[in-house]
Design a protein around this ligand. Structure first.
Ligand code: BTN
Length: 246
């Protein structure tokens, strides 16, 4: 079960790194959650830094065995984790508009509240599991206008351990859906939650060009389906192939 054991650290380079080290030493079992009050080298997607200047932002990592997922369904892990974080935020901020910015940024009112870093763990050429890293802003960080924090929406005292319990509960619910092979439900829920779906916007391509169009959903491989305003052609884009501003 996710969350059956909790390791609480005052300060660490990165909770994902710590999990990977324990795993390498054979000291990490499925479902163990690692929390840190502060990360000195928190990592984000695409090799970016995860800002952790302030203490007491949620830094949560959990190791999950995923042997029950076939390779062609592995990307559903991203859907399940994104939906679990979304559900957690909805339970904390009643009535807030929570959206998933493809592939897995969690936005409230179009500002980033939470980010997810999934790191696949391999053994003998096969996937054995994933370290699921989740960062969530509790207190607003100055100088980050595109981000938001739980405390922007509520004066509640969001304790890290309580947040971890809520996150773990939602992860367990969504892992159950993965185990049961509820692919359509996961896909439909994810697509319904996509940020700015069907709204015309400008996307940036790696060559620096900009195109107008609308997000329509994702394809069978987890790529983003983007319909070009000009010509109405729907193209699929992989992770580093398209970007959007908030
Ligand atoms: C992103 O949006 O770029 C992903 C951010 C993921 C940050 C979390 S914080 C806990 C875990 N440890 C890390 O070093 N990164 C993830």
């Amino acid at each position: 079960m996710i969350g059956h054991k909790l390791i609480l650290l005052h300060e660490i380079d990165s909770t994902n790194n710590y999990a990977a080290r324990l795993l390498e030493q054979g000291k990490l079992e499925h479902g163990t959650v690692i929390l840190a009050g502060r990360q000195t080298a928190g990592r984000g997607q695409r090799g970016n830094e995860w800002r952790s200047a302030l203490e007491n932002q949620l830094a949560y990592s959990v190791y999950a065995e995923t042997a029950f997922l076939s390779a062609d369904r592995y990307w559903y892990l991203n859907l399940a984790v994104s939906l679990a974080v979304k559900a957690t935020v909805e339970s904390l901020l009643h009535g807030a508009e929570v959206r998933i910015k493809w592939p897995n940024d969690i936005l409230v009112n179009s500002k980033k509240l939470s980010g997810i870093l999934l790191e696949t763990q391999w053994r003998s050429g096969a996937i054995r599991g994933a370290v699921i890293g989740i960062g969530m802003n509790i207190y607003p960080e100055p100088n980050l206008p595109s981000a938001c924090a739980l405390r922007d929406f509520s004066g509640e005292d969001f304790r890290m351990t309580d947040l971890a319990v809520s996150l773990s509960a939602q992860l367990n619910l969504f892992f159950e859906k993965l185990r049961n092979g509820e692919w359509n439900d996961l896909l439909n829920a994810y697509e319904a939650a996509l940020w700015r779906r069907d709204a015309e916007q400008i996307a940036r391509l790696p060559d620096g060009s900009e195109i107008a169009g609308s997000i329509r959903g994702i394809d069978g491989g987890g790529n983003l389906l983007f319909e070009h305003a000009a010509g109405k052609e729907i193209k699929s884009y992989g992770l580093k192939e398209i970007a959007f501003s908030y």
